[in-house]
Write a protein that binds this ligand. Structure first.
Ligand code: GAZ
Length: 265
């Protein structure tokens, strides 16, 4: 019997952080993951326990306590199951990984703002925005961890926080033709990203799934919202993403229909 229930949205990056932490700790069995269909109204029971907020994931204890916010949930799990440690125990090293994690908010915002933008005239500015953040990450890693792939010896706290976002940003590769330029000022962050993407504890999603499910984001509709002329969200569970065709890459000129996206059963 699982000790916790986590309500989450499929392919939600914030939820993948929990899955990664639990995988690193060998605790997948402690948590029962329940998928919320973001394209439907929330079940009344879930609405009641979330008390007016809608953001997932949410961790529910056996005794009914409720905890929100992925990073807070991660901290709770790390403190409750300290072995094996994922966060650093040395105060200075812990401070460093926390400092790196302060960059995740702007990083997430930059990537999502770009993928959701519908104005081709803004592409260059949005790209430069994101590149500036990659350069900041690079600079941090060069200062504190010049060698190797991860921040410390192994995949740890900062990696659990950032890896789901590195994976989501596959949507920028597909819909915006973005990749990190092959330049020295991104070399260290590229090494970090590649080490993160390859780690066995972080393989809950793949590029094909991200690209197909996030089509609606690329057309400007976040969080399961329906686009004009569509009856199905690209986040729908059925038909399974594997059986759907790859969406058109040109998000600015093309608006694919439900049928073209393989969303009709
Ligand atoms: N701070 C929270 C956490 O747990 O860390 C964030 C959780 C969150 O945003 N969850 C989203 C959610 O539950 C799904 S993932 N939404 C459903 C709802 O009804 O609220 C979307 C963005 C964005 C950045 C990220 C995401 C995203 O813009 O991945 O815009 C729509 C949502 C910067």
């Amino acid at each position: 019997m699982s000790r916790f229930t986590v309500h989450h949205i499929p392919v939600c990056p914030f939820c993948q952080r929990l899955e990664i932490l639990l995988a690193l700790k060998g605790l997948a069995g402690e948590v029962d993951f329940r998928v919320v269909d973001i394209t439907q109204p929330r079940p009344p029971e879930l609405q009641r326990l979330m008390r007016g907020t809608t953001s997932l994931p949410v961790l529910v204890f056996e005794d009914g306590r409720v905890l929100k916010e992925s990073l807070v949930i991660l901290q709770y799990l790390e403190a409750t199951y300290p072995v094996p440690a994922v966060a650093q125990s040395d105060p200075w090293l812990r401070a460093l990984e926390n400092l790196l994690c302060t960059m995740e908010g702007p990083f997430v915002a930059a990537g999502y703002t770009w993928v959701m933008s519908q104005d081709p005239a803004k592409r260059d500015v949005l790209r430069q925005n994101l590149l500036a953040l990659y350069a900041k990450l690079d600079d941090f890693l060069v200062e504190h961890a010049p060698d190797g792939g991860f921040l410390f010896e192994d995949f740890g706290w900062a990696e659990a926080v950032f890896t789901p976002m590195f994976m989501r940003f596959w949507f920028l590769g597909y819909y915006e033709g973005f990749d990190l330029p092959d330049e020295p000022r991104y070399a260290r962050v590229r090494r970090w990203r590649d080490a993160c993407l390859a780690h066995p504890a972080a393989q809950q999603v793949c590029e094909e799934e991200i690209v197909k499910l996030y089509y609606d984001y690329a057309k400007g509709a976040g969080n399961g919202a329906l686009l004009p002329g569509r009856t199905r969200s690209s986040f729908a569970f059925e038909p399974h993403w594997r059986s759907r065709p790859w969406p058109p890459r040109d998000k600015y000129a093309v608006s694919a229909t439900d049928a073209q996206l393989g969303l009709l059963a």
